[in-house]
Design a protein. Sequence first.
Length: 240
Amino acid sequence: MKQENNDNGSMVDHLLNLQQSDPNYYTDEIIKGLMLVLILAGTDTTSVTIEWAMSNLLNHPEVLKKAQAEIDTEIGQENLIDEPDVSKLKYLQSIILEAQRLHPALPLLLPYVPSTDCTIGGYDVPGGAIVLVNAWPIHRDPQSWDDPTSFKPERFENDDSQSHKIMPFGLGRRACPGSGLAQRVMGLTLGSLIQCFEWERVDGKEINMTEGMGSTMPKAHPLEALCKARPIVNRAFFSN
C-alpha cells in the first residue's frame, strides 16, 4: 500500500524536537514510560509469532527436520546457536517469514492518520481520518501468493522479493522501530528450540490452528507439545 503525503513525523521525531527545544524534557518518568511501551509492545508479539511458528513446524514435521538439519550443518552439534549465527540460517529465516505471513501478530497494523487529503489504493482519504490496514488478507491474497493458505517456507528461500510483500511490522516511517531486534530474538529463540530438542505432537494429534481474539492474534488453544533433549544439551551444559 502506498501512502501519499501522510506523515507529520513519527513519535521519535516529535520527542527529538522536544528535546532540542527543552534539554530537560526527558524526565525519569518519561524514559520509564518509553521503556515500558517498548517491552509491552515487543514481548507479546514476539512470543505469539514463535508459538505460531512452532505450531506450524509440528504440523509439518518435514519442515522441522529440514530446519534441524540446516542448524546441525551450519552450526554443528557441539556449539549452541548464538545471535550472529542466525544470519547463516536461511531456511530458519524463511520459516519465521512464513509464520509472520500466515499469522501476523498484529493483523490490524497501528493506525495511520494522513495529515492532508490523499489517495490510498484508489480511495480518497480525507486528512485527519484514521486508516487501519488489515495485513491478514493482504498476506493471503491469492493474486500475490501461490497457494496462500499453505505453510511453505520455501517460497522465501530462493526469492528475496517475496519478503517485501509482507508487512508484519508495518510500513514507512511509522513501521515498528524494533523490527530488527524482534527478528533476531525470534531467530535465536526458535533456532535454540529446534537445535536443543526433538519435538512431537501430543498423542500424534494435529495442532489446532484456530485463531483467538485480541489486539495481537493468539492461538485459540495454547500450544502443547512433547519434547526430548538432544545430545547437544548434555554436551553444552553438563560436560566438564
